[in-house]
Design a protein around this ligand. Structure first.
Ligand code: NAP
Length: 282
């Protein structure tokens, strides 16, 4: 096995430990996807983020088996799609995800989008609480939930999510949502953490820190997430870029650099206007 980087861990509100940086798998499918994921695991990633909707749970399970790393050292995430928010549907979808992956349990299972117009996310949450009770899942969370959605889960079930995975990058730093999550004991995870490698990477606030520290622009952005206390899950199909993205634990951004990167935020900074109050996925 190749040299593996050690990633610090964060302890969630249910006691489950999660690495401070994970690996995104959207668009990693089939045998090429398996190869990329095996490479990521051998590089040192221990947290793999997938979803029922990505249609790659089978590839994730195959990568786990081929990686040579014991299952219990890996943390695997999947997500329930909008079409399966009814109680019985969510429960059988967790089971279906496990069959697809050939795994006995998921570490994390999240509600993918709140889809507020369906008014079913609390039902889905109750099913995830039951899936956790049955041992199908170790830790349960949400994605793309606004404070009002999470508050409703807490009010109606008494169970807070461990994680809230949201769009988060320098153009959309999510200060308010991060602060809300933090004060409610919920860890924020960052999707599209490098904005799918868009023009964020040539912003002077990023490139000047990169020059000072002798790091790449992507490493600066990922380090910014880590210092915010948000867990980035960058995706890369390329082994060199996978290693680059994981190597962000041996340097530090100054407070001024952190603030300058956060100041790149824009009110409409979402990449595709996917506001969870009205954008829905099924
Ligand atoms: P991302 O991780 O911000 O960016 C991925 C893109 O950046 C790919 O095109 C990749 O290309 C490129 N890239 C990666 N590392 C690079 C580097 N060091 N230098 C230059 N380019 C680099 O975007 P994302 O895939 O949208 O987000 C990450 C993960 O979040 C997803 O894979 C998925 O697991 C999750 N996600 C969740 C939701 C949700 O609703 N919950 C929504 C979107 C995404 P190569 O592959 O060629 O390296």
């Amino acid at each position: 096995m190749t040299h593996a980087v050690t990633v610090p861990v964060i302890i969630l509100n249910d006691g489950v430990e999660i690495p401070a940086l994970g690996f995104g798998t959207y668009k990693l499918n089939g045998s090429a996807g398996v190869e990329s994921m095996v490479s990521a695991i051998r590089t040192g990633y221990r947290l793999l983020d997938s979803a029922f909707k990505y249609e790659n749970e089978g590839a994730v399970g195959e990568a786990v088996r081929r990686s040579g790393v014991p299952r219990e050292e890996l943390l695997i995430t999947s997500k329930v799609p909008g079409l399966r928010h009814r109680y019985d549907e969510t429960l059988y979808t967790v089971e279906e995800s496990l069959y697809r992956a050939g795994l006995e349990y998921y570490d994390f299972y999240l509600i993918h989008w709140p889809n507020p117009s369906q008014k079913l996310y609390v039902e889905s949450w109750k099913a995830l609480v039951e899936a956790r009770r049955q041992g199908l899942v170790r830790s349960i969370g949400v994605c793309n939930f606004l404070p009002e959605h999470i508050q409703k889960l807490i009010d109606e079930t008494g169970v807070a999510p461990s994680l809230n995975q949201v769009e988060l990058h320098p153009y959309f730093p999510q200060q308010e949502q991060r602060e809300w999550d933090r004060t409610h004991g919920i860890v924020t995870q960052s999707w599209s953490p490098i904005g799918r490698a868009n023009e964020i990477l040539s912003e002077p606030a990023v490139t000047s820190a990169a020059a000072r520290l002798g790091k790449s622009a992507v490493q600066i952005v990922l380090r910014w997430h880590v210092q915010l206390g948000a867990i980035p899950i960058p995706k890369s199909s390329n082994p060199q870029r996978q290693a680059e993205n994981l190597s962000v634990f041996d340097f530090e951004l100054s407070e001024a650099e952190m603030n300058a990167i956060t100041a790149l935020g824009r009110p409409d900074g979402r990449r595709k206007d996917q506001h969870p109050a009205y954008y829905e996925e099924f």
